[in-house]
Each structure stands twice: as C-alpha cells, then as structure tokens.
Ligand binder design. Structure first.
Ligand code: SF4
Length: 321
C-alpha cells in the first residue's frame, strides 16, 4: 500500500498514516482525521503517569491514580501493568504517590492527599486548571456561577469545588436557567472544556436576555473543538465512520454524536477487535477519528487494520499513487 503525504514540510514517515488511502477495483478510500486522537493534555498526563510508575518501581513505593488518569481503558490497563493502581476512593490511597487525573479533582481531595503526606503528581491538564481558577475568582467576586456542562463529570465537580460557594448551576439546557433565583443579577459563565460551542452560545444568549451583568469565559478546549470540526467535515464526506475512544469518554461520545448527525453509519470502538468487516463492505469512503483521550498511534493502527481487512475482503487490491 502506498500512502500519500498531505503536508510536504513534515516528515512523511511520521504523518503518512494520517492520509492513508488505497484503492482497488472499488476505489475504497480511508481517511484519518488529521488531529484525531490524543490531545496534548492527555499525552502529558500519560507521560507523567509513566514517569511516576518508573519512580515507584525504583523506590519500591506504591503509585495510585485517583480516578482514570485519562478516559481510555486501554491506556489505563497499560499503566496498571506498569504498577499504577487506579482507585476511585481517596481513602484507598494509603501512601506513596498519587497522580491526579487529566480532568482534575476536587480541591479538598488534593488537600487531603497533601495533608496525609502523599506525594502528589498533578496531571491535571493546564486547560482544566483555567476554569478552576476562573470559578475561584468568580466566587470571590460574588458572581452566580453558571457552569455549562455535565454535573456528573469529574472535571465539572472539580471546577465547582474551586468556586466554593452554593450559588451555582451546572447545566447545558436553557430551561434549567429558570432555577436561578429571581434576585440574581450578575452571572459568570464558564464551560466544561469538552462541551460543544453551540451549547455554550445558546446559554450565553439566554443569560444576556435575562441578567444585567453576564461575564462569559469560553473555556472550551481547542483540542476538542478542532476534533469536532474535523469530525463534522469527515462525516459529511464519508459513507461510514469509526470513532476510536473510551465509551466513558465525554469528548469521544460528542464526536460520535456529531458524526451521526451527518452519517448514521458511525461506530464507536474502544478496541481494534471490535471492528466488523460488514460495516465497510460496499462503502467507498471510510472515515476514522479518535477522541482526545485515545493515543494517535492507536487511531492510525485502526485505520491500518481496516485497510488490511478490506485487502483481505477484496483479495486483489491495486494501490493508487
Ligand atoms: S481535551 Fe483539552 S482540556 Fe481535556 S485534556 Fe485534552 S487538551 Fe486538556
């Protein structure tokens, strides 16, 4: 199979899989979203996790991850194999080192670890630190906080803990704004990093109609919006899509939702062995993307695997240039 290089100023060996294409009699084309896969925050968190695991081995002391360090079960299993134990309850961290996951923890939990003398490796993404700091500042300035996001998401719970007041609402639905007490006049709006821009815009518009002072902080992460925009473009031109990522990953599920709007034949997989040849038979344009928690190499490997599957299916592939 010959691959094409879409960006000649980069090493084709490095990025060639990002423009994977081949043709046979049916001219099947596989396109991998250029930015699909792990963002810098996830790459950073995994690196910090690996470093902590190495140090733990050297010093023979336990290493914990408080919550899934990233929302990708495959990565978690690999870190566990290196000795990083993922725990959901802070009391399970009995000493040694604890890694704080990429999407942050409640500030009281971090304080508890430090008070107990546990070594803390903060893998919180710098872009998650931002809404935490803004929420703290809005709390100090007396704003009512509207946090646009999912109240069950760990990142959101962490941000709320930094606000440290009771006058807040977490929502992504306009109708929920009715719950804000009538005497509130100034609101500060912060977004979960993985929320869709359109959702934030609607909440901002509704708040501007109702409140005299509205401070807006678009804390949506670029990594998310870039992947969402690419997914939309990919979905509009594809006959079938595969999204690679954790089924518990918020940003991965949003990619699936966006893709399905344009191409109902969209499949979410966590592992390569979930691929099903039947999805691709008779399709000419296949798109592959990955959530921001999925290592890019793995997304590329899924693209390659699909190509391999189709080679087998069509038996006599002829490669294009
Ligand atoms: S998606 Fe954005 S906020 Fe989340 S870890 Fe990646 S870079 Fe950070």
């Amino acid at each position: 199979m010959k691959t094409t290089d879409p960006n000649s100023n980069k090493n084709p060996e490095v990025i060639s899989k990002r423009s994977l294409s081949f043709s046979n009699d049916d001219s099947v084309e596989i396109t991998i979203s250029p930015n699909g896969g792990a963002c810098f925050g996830v790459v950073r968190a995994i690196k910090l996790g690996q470093q902590a695991a190495d140090k733990g081995k050297d010093s023979n002391s336990p290493v914990f991850s408080f919550g899934a360090i990233v929302h990708n079960p495959k990565t978690i299993r690999e870190l566990e194999a290196q000795g990083v134990k993922t725990v959901e309850d802070q009391t399970e961290v009995t000493g040694g080192t604890v890694i704080l996951r990429s999407h942050g923890v409640k500030q009281e939990i971090e304080k508890d670890f430090k008070t107990r003398g546990v070594q803390v490796v903060d893998a919180t993404c710098p872009l998650v630190k931002k809404p935490q700091k803004i929420a703290a500042s809005l709390g100090n300035k007396g704003y009512y906080l509207v946090l646009v996001g999912d109240s069950n998401h760990p990142e959101v719970k962490g941000v709320v803990s930094y606000f440290a007041k009771e006058n807040y609402l977490v929502t992504y639905k306009i109708e929920d704004l009715e719950k804000i007490p009538a005497d509130v006049s100034k609101v500060g709006i912060v977004a979960q990093t993985t929320i869709e821009v359109k959702v934030l815009d609607k909440i901002v518009e509704a708040c501007r109609k109702r409140f005299s002072e509205v401070a807006v902080y678009n804390t949506i992460c670029d990594a998310t919006s870039i992947r969402q925009e690419e997914a939309e473009i990919l979905a509009k031109g594809a006959d079938v899509l595969v999204v690679v990522g954790g089924k518990n990953s918020s940003n991965t599920n949003k990619l699936v939702k966006i893709c399905k709007q344009y191409q109902p034949d969209t499949y979410l997989i966590e592992e390569m062995n979930e691929l099903n040849l039947q999805w691709f038979l008779g399709k000419r344009k296949i798109g592959v993307t990955g959530g921001a928690s999925t290592p890019q190499d793995y997304v590329d490997d899924v693209g390659q695997k699909i190509a391999d599957l189709l080679n087998v299916a069509h038996r006599t592939p002829t490669l294009n240039s």
